[in-house]
Design a protein around this ligand. Structure first.
Ligand code: NAI
Length: 461
């Protein structure tokens, strides 16, 4: 039996990145994964398959709505759903195989099976117990459902089932107006479903900059998605031919019902630690979250945790950053993740991207700030491409001009945001962005114009 410097339990974006970095830093490393493929939720049933479906359905939508305007005649555009799923599957396979290749290249041992931690310094997989000087828990998260709702992944589905529906539902009811609900709601709306999103709060995407969230909802509504805001789902009745979703409007307590063929439960995710035997080990946990210090250490010596099982946003890229950092921590005794600069992206059309603080948070802090805003309507490239919905908003300190946050809704927002991420990481001001030459014509000019708007004024608006 091999003795390892490090065993990582979980082969998702947190775990596999930690494994590769640890091996690069000279640690004898193994990664334990039970689902039969590396890449975790993100690669197998999350980020990557959803992007394949989002892109394919967006192309259909473009063909239906923009082609004629642009002078393209596509007489019979239709959906071949089995082929769309096959495309998605091939993307997943190519990516998971890619990680296996990276493991081999970096000499990371891939231990297949579900791991448990019988004692500090030991990881048991099947009948074999492996010794490790250090263990990292990177077991991710699973969908959290409502207490009265059982997910069967056929008619009442989580994101996993919603990515694999064998036919386009006539009526899809989405519970939860967060990232998953809106991304997958968009997919099926474009493929032909009637989609209603029921959200408990009074606005979609809680935590988002308010102005962006309102604009986002208006655009999605224009695309045909219906919203029931401020509504609590109270039950789902399963009939032979349909589902009946009951909800209560919070403001007046009135009871309502809506029919559905499929119900997508998208009310958040919870840490996944099943089978690890953490309670027996005495690992400190709160509400299922594994508690760590700033150096990813749990209260058990040699046992670390990263990613969705720990505190903070459940995002693949946050887990990846922690994966690299925990490997550096174990190999070199130092690490750093800048939690103030973790972008969030919603891959709808238009995309929504944000980093740093929201305007609401700045107001609540009583901070003196200036906001610069620029609409894509005034961006030449966006107009030429018929994607001029949305805007860029930059927030900067009123005195120093230092960038505090950015909120973008519009074309390629998920890519544009990184200019501001790099700027924030380097302590840049809005004037630094404004003074940087941006190529014309690009969407990124809207970011520069927003920075100009935070100073002496935008040129094109
Ligand atoms: P979420 O936390 O983004 O949204 C859940 C929504 O459900 C919230 O708006 C909440 O108010 C609402 N809700 C909760 N209980 C409800 C109820 N009983 N009735 C009606 N509404 C209710 O969670 P979501 O969308 O399930 O995503 C889970 C995690 O996965 C999140 O942490 C998200 O960041 C991550 N994710 C990230 C993606 C991305 O970065 N593009 C894509 C998909 C998921």
């Amino acid at each position: 039996m091999a003795e390892y410097d490090l065993i990582i339990i979980g082969g998702g974006p947190g775990g596999y990145v930690a494994a590769i970095r640890a091996a690069q830093l000279g640690l004898k490393t193994a990664c334990v994964e039970g689902r039969g493929a590396l890449g975790g939720t993100c690669l197998n049933v999350g980020c990557i398959p959803s992007k394949a479906m989002l892109h394919a359905s967006e192309m259909l939508h473009e063909a239906e709505t923009s082609f004629a305007k642009m002078g393209i005649v596509a007489k019979s555009v239709s959906v071949d759903l089995p082929q769309m799923h096959a495309h998605k599957k091939s993307v997943i396979e190519a990516n998971t195989k890619g990680i296996e290749f990276l493991f081999k290249k970096n000499k990371v041992d891939y231990i297949k099976g579900w791991g448990t931690i019988p004692a500090p310094g030991e990881v048991k997989v099947g009948d074999e117990t492996h010794k490790a000087k250090n263990i990292v828990i990177a077991t991710g998260s699973e969908p959290a459902t409502l207490p009265f709702l059982e997910i069967d992944e056929e008619r009442i589905v989580s994101s996993t089932g919603a990515l694999d529906l064998p036919k386009v539902p006539k009526k899809l009811v989405v519970i939860g107006g967060g990232v998953i609900g809106l991304e997958l709601g968009s997919v099926w709306k474009r493929l032909g479903s009637e989609v209603t999103v029921i959200e408990y709060l009074d606005e979609i995407t809680p935590g988002q900059d308010g102005e962006v969230a309102r604009e986002f909802r208006k655009i999605l509504k224009k695309q045909g998605i219906a919203f029931e805001l401020g509504a609590a789902v109270t039950g789902v009745e399963t009939l032979k031919t349909k589902l009946k979703v009951a909800f209560q409007r919070r403001k007046d307590g009135s009871e309502h019902q809506i029919d559905a063929d499929i119900v997508l439960v998208a009310t958040g995710r919870r840490p996944y630690t099943k089978g690890l035997a953490l309670e027996e080990l005495g690992v400190r946990m709160e509400r299922g979250v594994v508690m760590t210090d700033a150096r990813f250490r749990t209260n058990i010596p040699g046992l670390y945790a990263i990613g969705d099982v720990t505190e903070g946003p459940m995002l693949a890229h946050k887990a990846e950053d922690e994966g690299m950092a925990v490997a550096e921590e174990i190999a070199r005794g130092k690490s750093h993740v800048n939690y103030a600069v973790i972008p969030g992206v919603i891959y709808t059309t238009p995309e929504v991207a944000s980093v740093g603080v929201t305007e609401e948070a700045l107001k609540a802090q009583g901070r003196d700030y200036k906001a610069g805003k620029f609409p894509f309507m005034a961006n030449g490239r966006a107009k030429a491409n018929l994607v001029s919905d949305g805007f860029v908003k930059l927030l900067a300190d009123a005195k120093t001009g230092q960038l505090l946050g950015a909120h973008i809704i519009g074309p390629a927002a998920g890519d544009l945001i990184h200019e501001i991420c790099v700027g924030m990481e380097m302590g840049a001001t809005a004037a630094d962005i404004a003074r940087t030459c941006h190529a014309h014509p690009t969407y990124s000019e809207a970011v520069r114009e927003a920075a100009l708007a935070a100073g002496d004024g935008a040129i094109h608006f």
